[in-house]
Structures are given as C-alpha cells and as structure tokens.
Write a protein that binds this ligand. Sequence first.
Ligand code: PHE
Length: 341
Amino acid sequence: MKEKLEQLRSQVLESLDKLSDKKELDELRVRVMGKKGQLTELLRGMGALPPEERPKAGQLVNSLRVELEAKFDEIEARMEEQLKNSRLAEETLDITMPGKRRKLGGLHPLNSVLEELIDIFRPMGFDVVDGPEIETEYYIFEALNVPKDHPARDEQDTFYLTDDILLRTQTSAAQIRVMEHLKPPIRIISPGRVYRADEVDATHSPVFHQVEGLVGDKGITMCDLKGVLEQFAHEMYGPETKVRFRPSFFPFTEPSVEVDVSCGECGGKGCRVCKGSGWIEILGAGMVHPNVLSVCGIDPEEYSGFAFGIGLDRLTTTRHKISDIRLLFENDRRFLEQFSR
Ligand code: PHE
C-alpha cells in the first residue's frame, strides 16, 4: 500500500510539472482525486487489508490527499495569476495617444433664433403653444374675419389639399385655437412652419416660418402692443435699434401695423440688404378685431387684445447676416456648422 501511494505521488508530481494549461490541470485533478480517481481507488482497496493495518493506511492516503490537494491549488493559483498578467499586458491602454474628436450636432440657425425669441417672450409671461400645419378654411380664413372673396383665399397663394383642408398660410390660426379653449388673460406665442405657393428666390420659399403672438385681457391697448414689440426688437437686435410702426391692413386686426427695425447692416443709411430704405420689416401686428373675439366667445365689450406674426426666416437671416433664405433649407453642413453652439 505504502509503495503504491509513493508511486502515485511521484507520478502525479511528475505530471504536474509537465502541465501546460488549466484544462490539463483540471483533467489531472479528476483523474487522481475524482470519484473514480486513482487515489479514491486506493482508498477502496483498503478493504482488502488486514483490519489492524487499515488505520495506518487510511492516514497515509489522507496525508497524500492533503499534500496533493495543496499542490493542485498552488499550481492553479499560479496559472490564474499568469493568465491575469498576460491579459493585462494585452489590454494596456496607451494614454498618450491623441483622442478622437466626436462630431456633435448643433441647433439649426432657425431653431437657435427661435430659442432666443422664446427666451425674450417667456419672461414677459408668454407660454409657447403648438398648432397643426394642416388646417381648415375655418381656422385660417373664416374665423379670422377673412371674407369669402378676399384675395388671400386665392388658390395662387394657398396649397389646398381638399376644398376645405389646406396647408396653413399663416400661424394666425393659433389665435382662434387658443381663444376657443382659453379665456383671458391670455399670453401665448405659437411658432411653426407655414406654406404659400411662392416661387423660390433669395427671399422667398414655399415653406417658411412664423411665430404668432396673442395677448388678451381687460384694458389691453395699442400701447401694450408697442411696448411688448419694442422690447422684443431691442432685446433681439440690440438697444440702439430703432423700431418703426407703419399703418397696415390685416382682416383680423384693427388697427393693424407692420413693424420695421433699422437695418443692422448699414445702421439705417440704406444698403443692399434693406434695399436702400434703411429699414427691415420683421412682423405684422394689430389689435385683435372684435369679430375674431366674438367668434371665439369672448365679449369684445369686455376684453381686448393684440396679435402679432413674426417672420422667423427674416429674423434669422438679418440676425446672422445670411444673404439668401435658401441656405436655411438646403442643410449644407458647411453652412450649418457655422451656427452650432
Ligand atoms: N398672419 C399675418 C401674416 O401672415 C401676420 C399677422 C399676425 C398680422 C398677427 C397681424 C396679427 O402676414
């Protein structure tokens, strides 16, 4: 028995020396110590020994088991250490390598100017509301006091989808949609895309953008209109900018005005940008027509209000000295990247 154990011991130690990886180690461990392993076999063979020799033999088998167990563990730990070291060596990072700069998107100039605009109106108490781009005749014309024979209804200007449904030509429909649901006090702006059957050139596009504004309350006057819009122009273009109110006409406001700011390019002297006039038109506005209030169930004897429609594309081209409105729609990245913040 003793010899058999000795023989097994040296045989195992020898094999342990020749192992090349953990798989082989595991296999050897099973072969020696497993349920059907060589050492277990020897233990079983003890039944054949005379009873008085059994305790001694048991001790020998056990001490060999302990010894080999420790040896296996030791080698296993060494192998794992080696594996870890070689993996770490492989994964070494060269922190002196130059980094890769990732291209980040940026806001489109129309959106960044819109954000500036919202930042001006919000502190004055205006909420931002959205409206549909596909509208009905009722919201675009009828409720806005545009009579049936008004030239604005002409198919030349308006993209009709059906007799009654059209692409909105102005964001003013927001006035009606808001006043149908909200009663004064009202202070909203409503930005969005609008569509008109215009030829494309440096200042026209069949798709462009407006920001509608509406204020309604008791005792609102033209003074409020002028105050709010002057404040807006000064914050947008700088305090030195001059603001001019010209009488105009819109069916849904009375009286109506158009608002010009002094040309930022020439300071008002007259240049190519302002076509020699020294002024740039940026919006239309007026006191909400009593018919429009009535249609929405608001008593014009009790309440009044003003509305305005800002041309966002014009605002953006003048704000950033962009010479051609088409640049805003072509989405050439070389152009857009100049504005990403
Ligand atoms: N909707 C008008 C336009 O498109 C602008 C406007 C809005 C005028 C609100 C007065 C009041 O020209």
